[in-house]
Design a protein around this ligand. Structure first.
Ligand SMILES: Nc1nc2c(ncn2[C@@H]2O[C@H](COP(=O)(O)OP(=O)(O)OP(=O)(O)O)[C@@H](O)[C@H]2O)c(=O)[nH]1
Ligand SMILES: [Mg+2]
Length: 453
């Protein structure tokens, strides 16, 4: 393969103390000589004067680090120049590097080279990009494990198991007379394997939903102050608040960040029996929003006694086994509130917070408990899960093939039919890990990465 030398600014544009220009490829040593006039000891930080390779003009003072192949990110000779930041200097340095023989890199080209040179598999490469693009701490933590190789290990174990079962089937294919395989034992193994695949898919689906934002839904009977609470969370008059029960008729959601987690917060129509057609539709929508919720803020009104509507909503929440907090609102108009008495009466041991959405009292405490509840939810999620649609798709295909293999075995089909399905399953995992790839697919994946990574 004819490999050239690539370069890019690895830091985002804009005013900043330092920027990093990265260079990778066979001409790195030559480029270092041209722009610094020196040769650099690998893996040492050296303060260098960067010069125009043609005129010798001084361009910047920068820290340069040379990484010798194969001990670098890409597996090739690499140079990282830590020059002054801002809009101009990094580009001047980049130009000098280009003049010395490198060409500007395409998006994701450094990581693509790392992948092609066997420094990481496709799942790890995708994890690098997912970390850079993450919008919340959860995604960073989850994908960091994938970048370290935990997910790949899990997938390789699945692949090993598929190949081991295939091998047993093939033994019989090769020596049909001598060996007889106990097919019920193989069926058991296949079923266990299928179980593992399905489990990984289900958990990954949940985790993917999490990284695209947690659904937090505010529910309660009419007039308890749900919309007032949403407005307080957002710090603006986003939804209409009136003293008329049944004001909110639709689900209104907005994005919010709580303790580094992206939260989609939804206000809903108050839930009660109603003859009003529009309100009735609103109530239906509230019930549907409850089903989709990851976390529920169940609001009750401290100034009025609990009634059947409150109990009905709690029953709904309990039936759905949803994580919830009880929010007692309007504490500004009652003399004394006994939260314990209220939750005992309701029949829940969920955490309770007292607030006044009108006065803004208790909102910070509520946010604190929301963030604690989010942490509890996140901790439930195990590590090393699939984190994008491509990966999900490939593992789904693998699962389908294993399912077909189980069916074929049950139906007493010849072993080569079963083996064929298992071959398909193994290939899906190979594609997932990038052990089996086409240039076109790889280009498509890396083109979504950022330049300089
Ligand atoms: N005193 C007091 N009044 C409040 C408080 N929170 C809300 N209210 C009032 O209660 C009434 C209803 O508030 P909303 O926020 O519209 O209640 P809601 O739960 O969204 O009502 P629906 O949309 O009808 O289900 C309004 O008059 C609010 O001003 C509070 O903490 N204290
Ligand atoms: Mg409302």
């Amino acid at each position: 393969m004819n490999i050239d030398t690539i370069c890019a600014i690895g830091t985002p544009p804009g005013r900043g103390a330092i920027a990093c220009v990265r260079v990778s490829g066979p001409d790195v040593k030559e480029i270092i000589r041209k722009i610094t006039g020196r040769s650099l000891k690998p893996r040492y930080a050296s303060l260098c004067t960067i010069r125009d390779p043609e005129t010798g003009e001084k361009l910047d003072e920068a820290i340069c680090i040379f990484y010798e192949a194969p001990g670098s990110y890409t597996g090739e000779d690499m140079l990282e120049i830590f020059c002054h930041g801002g809009y101009i200097v990094p580009n001047i340095v980049l130009k000098a590097v280009v003049k010395s023989g490198a060409r500007p890199a395409l998006p994701g080209e450094f990581t693509k080279r790392a992948f092609i040179n066997g420094k990481m598999d496709l799942v790890q490469a995708e994890a690098v990009e997912a970390i850079i693009s993450a919008k919340d701490e959860y995604t960073v933590k989850a994908t960091f494990k994938a970048m370290e190789g935990n997910l790949s290990l899990k997938l390789k174990e699945l692949r090993e198991e598929i190949l081991a079962i295939s091998a047993e089937l093939n033994v019989e294919l090769d020596y049909p007379e001598e060996i007889e395989i106990d097919s019920s034992h193989l069926e058991d193994r296949l079923k266990k394997l299928l179980e593992k695949i399905k489990n990984l898919l289900t958990k990954s689906r949940m985790s993917l939903r999490f990284s695209t934002g947690v659904n937090m839904v505010i529910v309660g009977k009419p007039n308890v102050g749900k919309s007032s609470l949403l407005n307080k969370f957002l710090d603006e008059e986003r939804v209409i608040v009136t003293d008329e029960p049944g004001t909110t008729r639709d689900v209104v959601s907005e994005w919010l960040e709580i303790d580094n987690t992206l939260v989609k917060i939804a206000d809903t129509a108050g839930i009660r029996d109603t003859f009003d057609k529009v309100e009735g539709i609103g109530v239906q929508k509230s019930l549907e929003a409850l089903k989709k919720a990851d976390l529920i803020l169940f609001v009750i009104d401290a100034s009025t006694p609990l009634d059947e509507n409150d109990h009905r909503i709690l029953r709904e929440i309990k039936n759905l086994e949803k994580e919830h907090l009880v929010v007692i609102n309007k504490i500004d108009i009652v003399e004394k509130v006994n939260p314990k008495e209220i939750v005992d009466d309701l029949g829940t041991n969920a955490h309770v917070v007292t607030i006044s959405a009108l006065k803004g009292e208790g909102i910070e405490e509520l946010k604190y408990h929301v963030s604690k509840a989010l942490k509890r939810l996140l901790e439930r999620k195990p590590d090393a899960l699939l984190f994008n649609a491509r990966q999900m798709n490939a593992l789904e295909k693998c699962g389908e093939a294993v399912e077909e293999a189980v069916k074929s075995l049950k139906m007493g089909y010849p072993n080569d039919v079963v083996a064929l399905e298992l071959g398909r399953a193994a290939r899906s995992i190979d594609q997932l890990l990038g052990l089996d790839y086409t240039e076109d697919l790889i280009d498509r994946i890396f083109s979504t990465f950022c330049v300089g990574k």
